[in-house]
Design a protein around this ligand. Structure first.
Ligand code: GDP
Ligand code: IMO
Ligand code: MG
Length: 427
């Protein structure tokens, strides 16, 4: 038996979908525990690309139970659309289970997300405008409506009537926007209830029973450590907790039940949305990484900001998550670069900073200090053994692991399921 939490080390889009799909081969259960359809997890199997937003990336295997924990916020329209899309492509979805404790996203959440962004002006966060922040706000304010309410028609209508009154007041009086019609939302969500009812089950109970039975469980994080509401680059963060501790909270599992934590990081780093980014490259090298790595958002299509791998960030993620292993993805994207840099520390007002700064002000004024490595010309997507990597690629990874203080278990050398090198199979 093993329970493994997979978390993003950076600002999201590290390749968690691909690594989840790979590790899911040996897992019995795959569990999403936070975030919502702000996530975009890509899995490529036999050249066919799947973009998953809410459904766990284990869904492509017919025999894995895929669970959505209480910590996730669910837009039911998006979920139904995603399920239908998978079914059209011949993927069975009956092994999906959704926690009745998960909160729902409503159209007013998406509109409020847009209004808040407009009000922030130049201080905007660059959210995905999927209603994630406003839905978590309602959860904390005890205004939220849960999956459990959705499947109880009377409870649902009562809660919606109250919440919508509050939201319409906000939209009319603060944002000067059109109001939402109660009957319209009620009718749409009653249809969603019919479609989703069969998937609703006690996820915490299922996961804990599976642990008792000695099954392999993979917890699939969304977003990344630096987007964490508490530990990320606040306020340029998401409204949930993408870190490993959230797997316990968002799935209903005790912390002693987690065996391993694996951090997924790109061999460089990217960020979508606003906020400080010490190793960002705004020159042609950044452009090269974006083009070669196809760095455009899976959810919004926005170009991702690209930069050199930052070991200050990775060490911080190792501390916050208690990382046992690293999965380094997209090493192949670095092929063809003359030189590659690794950020080893920052400089701040003449001082060397080795620990990730807790304040945005300090971080914004940090300059990266680099070690430089000679690159390699060879394409490496076919490589499956460490010994077959170009020497310069090996040396780069060895130093990256040394500075981060975490061993590398998996190395991604292409988007496909089989394009991965395994130093340690984790399960
Ligand atoms: P996630 O949100 O962490 O699941 O990552 P995304 O799916 O948003 O972005 C990662 C992108 O990189 C996707 O297009 C993947 O197909 C792709 N990818 C993942 N691993 C590798 C790799 O090792 N090499 C290459 N070239 N692409 C990869
Ligand atoms: P995956 O799971 C990258 C970013 C947004 C924005 C900030 C807040 O694919 O790695 P939100 O809509 O969550 O309120 O936006 O967080 N963001 C992501 N960036 N990958 C993601 O998910 C993200 N989910 C949210 O761009 O900067
Ligand atoms: Mg993504």
């Amino acid at each position: 038996m093993a329970t493994v939490v997979l978390v993003g080390v950076q600002w999201g889009d590290e390749g968690k979908g691909k690594v989840t799909d790979f590790l899911a081969q040996r897992a019995d259960l795959v569990v999403r525990y936070q975030g919502g359809n702000n996530a975009g997890h890509t899995v490529v199997v036999n050249g066919e690309e799947f973009k998953l937003h809410l459904i766990p990336s284990g869904i492509l295997y017919p025999d894995k139970l895929c669970l959505i924990g209480n910590g996730v916020v669910i837009d039911p329209a998006v979920m139904i659309n995603e399920l239908e899309g998978l079914v059209r492509r011949g993927i069975a979805v009956d092994n999906l289970r959704i926690s009745p404790r998960a909160h729902l996203i409503f159209p007013y959440h998406c509109r409020i997300d847009q209004c808040e962004e407009e009000c922030r002006g130049t201080g905007k966060i660059g959210t995905t405008c999927r209603g994630i922040g406003p839905a978590y706000m309602d959860k904390a304010a005890r205004l939220g409506i849960r999956v459990a309410d959705l499947i109880e028609p009377e409870e649902f209508s009562t809660r919606l009537a109250y919440t919508l009154k509050e939201k319409n007041k906000l939209l009319a009086n603060v944002y000067y926007r059109d109001l939402f019609d109660f009957k319209e939302i009620e009718a749409a969500y009653k249809k969603y209830a019919v479609a989703l009812r069969k998937y609703v089950a006690d996820v915490s109970l299922i996961v804990n029973q599976a642990i008792e039975q000695g099954k392999h469980i993979l917890f699939e994080g969304a977003q990344g450590t630096l987007l964490d509401l508490d530990h990320g680059t606040y306020p340029y963060v998401t409204s949930s907790h993408p870190i490993a501790a959230a797997a316990c909270l968002g799935a209903g599992v005790g912390p002693k039940k987690i065996d391993w934590v694996t951090g997924v990081a790109k061999a460089y780093i990217t960020r979508v949305g606003e906020g400080p980014f010490p190793t960002e490259l705004t020159d042609e090298t950044g452009e090269h990484l974006r083009n070669r790595g196809h760095e455009y958002g899976t959810t919004t299509g926005r170009p991702r900001r690209c930069g050199w791998f930052d070991t200050v960030v990775a060490r911080y993620a190792a501390r916050i998550n208690g990382l046992d292993y690293l999965a380094i993805t997209k090493l192949d994207v670095l092929s063809g670069l003359e030189n590659i840099k690794l950020c080893v520390a920052y400089q701040h007002k003449g001082e060397i900073v080795k620990e990730f700064p807790p304040t945005l002000h300090e971080l914004s004024n940090c300059k990266p200090l680099y070690e430089e490595f000679p690159g390699w010309r060879e394409e490496i997507s076919h490589v499956r053994k460490n010994g077959d990597l170009p020497g310069n690629a090996r040396r780069y990874l060895e130093r990256l692991a040394e500075l981060t203080g975490v061993p590398i278990a998996l190395i991604g050398v292409g988007p496909g399921r089989e394009e991965i090198m395994v130093n340690n199979p984790i399960f």
